[in-house]
Write a protein of this length. Structure first.
Lengths: 288, 288
DNA sequence: TATGTATTGGAATTATTATTTCATATTCCC
DNA sequence: GGGAATATGAAATAATAATTCCAATACATA
């Protein structure tokens, strides 16, 4: 007597993500037609959720029995229970994006557990991304990228909360082989570092209220040397905005006293990669 | 000779909103049981989309035949075609968000301008947040927070792409007055730093493929000292997962070769603030 | 190349589910 | 209050759909 599949196999996937992972995992070892229906299922999950075994099989170009074998191979006892997973997915995802955000936030504010905290940060990040996506000024983006693309060295200036963004910019610039210098205060050598900057360079400065005094001071010093500044900050009253040649207003939502960085990150990456592209293009043009 | 209903009535509702309006409009004039199922349908559209005539009728407290009469009264030729409208709604609703994302991404990939690059990063961040929001394992979160809350010092270990997250964690832990130590390689003192760690401490380690060898090496060294590790990484094959007491799988979407950090950031913040809360709570309890 | 094993296609079977029917109850009007 | 029209419940029936089965084929192994 042999154990049946349900006992033998690891537990049957109950949610779509697990199912997806399982399929992707076994993809290589699946027979041809089963693989065919597997690919179809991941590509057209809605069809699986709503179709009948026959209609799905027809669309995927296999026999209904193959569809059932596929389900069984995954540990389900038939097509119907496989379908449940696809339906559940729709149920969970069905609420519109904004509704989901609201729900998340409500849960985060009302709820007690740590999951609620997590939801709060996700909601804050989503909101911020949404906002910046609506409000970003395209002209500013173009101006900033042009300015930065001309720079010999790009200095990156940010402290405290904004510092992670600065490190990411520095990392990305490095990968793109763009000369850059992160101005950090570890050894207190910032003043000397700044003294190297010339008007042929440029600065990306990031600071949010309450503005780190060091950032402001260094931004002032460097702008007095005639080095153009691109600033990311949170309002037109920001001292950074005064020194900047181009500046972006980014409103980050906050949760539990910590503001999201997602919008700032997205903008920072767009600037960085934008500069990378611009340089490649003009480099090519110059050669041609 | 009288015209039949289909000819008499205005066209049957083809989309959910029209259907909803029609029902609301006729509500007053509907017979009791039909009104009952009508109310149920508007309150539980998902059930109508997925259920069988019998199951829906049971939930709504009517007979299956009533359900069919309801459909016919609205001009459909049976329950099945009524159900189509409810299914279509789910399909569209579900795709609206994804489509928006896809559109963003398509614009980003196809489009030329720098705005497209920005959109790409926003899309990547949104996707990542979405994913993690669905897949995060709550138990892991609780375990990780408990583990970290017990630690005397929390060490934060991450390089390169993950380094920004580490700096943000360090910043947040600092603000919450939680003792922590960022393991950075500036002065090459990492080995010495690690030597201070004891099993009473804990580590948050972050690394994504391709895993920075230094991160892996240091994680191994520190785990051999018996210091528990909470890891954030991208797959169960990650070397980090092996050393970790608790680990999270975070799938970040990428754009233009740079992966988003938004999901990792959200998780990192949840861990940090979660630890802060837990400590406050248990501190209070101990005093009481 | 022969032999056993795994895979596939297609029809037969079984099950589930929608729909119809009809008897009964309720409502509304004269 | 009586009768017609409408509404409802419950079970019978028809339809649709899932599953199983078996023969045919492809594939791997010796």
């Amino acid at each position: 007597m042999s154990l049946d599949r349900a006992t033998m196999d690891e537990r049957v996937p109950r949610d779509f993500e697990t199912l997806r992972a399982t399929i992707l995992d076994r993809r290589e070892s699946l027979p041809r037609r089963i693989a065919q229906i597997a690919a179809y299922a991941l590509d057209n999950p809605d069809d699986i959720a709503f179709g009948t075994a026959a209609s799905i099989a027809a669309s995927a170009g296999v026999q209904p029995s193959t569809l059932i074998r596929f389900a069984q191979q995954l540990g389900f006892d038939g097509f119907t229970s496989l379908q449940q997973v696809f339906r559940e997915r729709l149920r969970e995802r069905n609420s519109s994006y904004d509704e989901r955000l609201l729900a998340l936030r409500a849960k985060a504010e009302g709820g007690a557990g740590h999951r609620a905290i997590f939801d709060g940060f996700v909601a804050a990040a989503s909101t911020s991304l949404n906002d910046i996506s609506r409000t970003l000024d395209e002209t500013h983006l173009e101006d900033a990228i042009s300015l930065l693309a001309r720079a010999e060295t790009i200095y990156v200036l940010a402290k405290r909360r904004s510092y992670p963004v600065a490190t990411y910019i520095a990392y990305a610039l490095g990968k793109l082989k763009i000369r850059n210098q992160l101005i950090e205060s570890a050894a207190g050598l910032n003043a000397e570092m700044i003294a190297f900057a010339t008007p042929a360079d440029a600065v990306i400065a990031i600071s949010f209220s309450p503005y780190a005094p060091a950032t402001i001071e260094e931004a002032r010093a460097i702008s007095e040397r005639g080095v153009p500044i691109v600033a990311i900050t949170d309002s037109s009253f920001s001292p950074l905005a005064q020194f900047a040649r181009v500046w972006f207003e980014v409103a980050e939502a906050d949760f539990a006293g910590f503001r999201s960085l997602s919008a700032t990150m997205a903008l920072a990456m767009a600037l960085t990669v934008g500069v990378g592209e611009k340089r490649r293009d003009s480099g090519r043009r110059r050669k041609a």
